[in-house]
Design a protein around this ligand. Structure first.
Ligand code: ZN
Length: 284
């Protein structure tokens, strides 16, 4: 299944994207896509609801805004330097163990919501990433069993303010957490929709020019390794997001570096996970 959430920010309703492109309003199902939904095997119940209601449920208006396809999770864990070419352009060594950092969950927005430049920002950058949504509470899981704890996958743009991230001391979280810095979606694809998530093309364009062009095949640490690894240090809850890292082609790696400015348009996509588009707005 492909899960979507729609309507105005903060008032999103559940929906389902069908294979023929039709979008079903799943408000009648009775639950948002949140921690309780995933933790209580809501995906099975939703599939049953869909089988019974696909024809009669209302369609979502074509003009409806999409929100992030999951309700605000307990945490977003991001992986740094998980592609060799991106580590090289960042002038850092490929890590021996996964680099993990947090992104504030308040950064979450819909896939096509605008990116708002934070106050005092000068180096806002893009990062197309494959994100994993946790499906079951995971603590000390092995790589072999890790996929059982994954609900599905979603497209993510891990926006980053490089001066906050790298020039202001402390941890990367400062440069990763501004409002609108985590456009997620268009949809959450359940694991069965993407059996071969280890070879998905991923790309990103700025103002129509291709900047990132890679594949999830190039991840240094793969999805099962990451889920297992993070669960050695913290409990992952249903709905938590793990963003698995970005390939080369970010603005920081260009010569000279190039960062986003108001009016720019960023488009990105991953095979099987759709596309998203953000227009850049000035700070407010
Ligand atoms: Zn990232």
């Amino acid at each position: 299944m492909k899960l979507i959430r729609w309507s105005e920010p903060g008032r999103e309703k559940p929906g389902i994207l069908l294979t023929d492109g039709a979008r079903i309003d799943a408000s009648g199902f009775g639950s948002d896509y949140d921690e309780a939904f995933l933790g209580n095997d809501g995906l099975t119940a939703l599939r049953r609801w869909l089988d019974a209601n696909a024809h009669s449920a209302p369609r979502i208006p074509p003009s409806a805004r999409l929100g992030p396809p999951i309700a605000r999770p307990s945490k977003m864990v991001c992986i740094g330097l998980n592609f060799r070419d991106h580590a090289a352009e960042s002038k850092m060594e490929p890590p021996k163990e996964p680099v993990i950092f947090f992104k504030a969950t308040t950064a979450l927005v819909g896939p096509n919501d605008p990116l708002v430049i934070p106050r005092k920002a000068t180096k806002v950058d893009w990062e197309v990433e494959l994100a994993v949504v946790v499906g079951k509470k995971a603590s000390y899981v092995s790589p072999e069993e890790a996929l059982e704890f994954v609900a599905g996958f979603v497209l993510h743009n891990d926006y980053s303010e490089r001066s906050f991230q790298l020039e202001r001391g402390g941890q990367w979280v400062k440069g990763k957490s501004a409002d609108t810095f985590a456009p997620l979606g268009p949809f959450l694809a359940t694991r069965d929709e993407l059996p071969d998530f280890n070879a998905l093309r991923m790309w990103l364009k700025v103002n129509g020019e291709l900047r990132q062009n890679s594949s999830t095949a190039n991840l240094i640490f793969d999805v099962p390794t990451l889920v297992s690894y993070i669960s050695q240090f913290m409990t992952l809850l249903p709905g938590d997001v793990i963003s698995t890292g970005t390939p080369a082609g970010v603005g920081m790696g260009m010569s000279p570096p190039q960062y986003l400015k108001p009016g720019d348009v960023v488009e990105l996509g991953i095979d099987g996970l759709g596309e998203s588009r953000q227009q850049v707005l000035a700070s407010r």
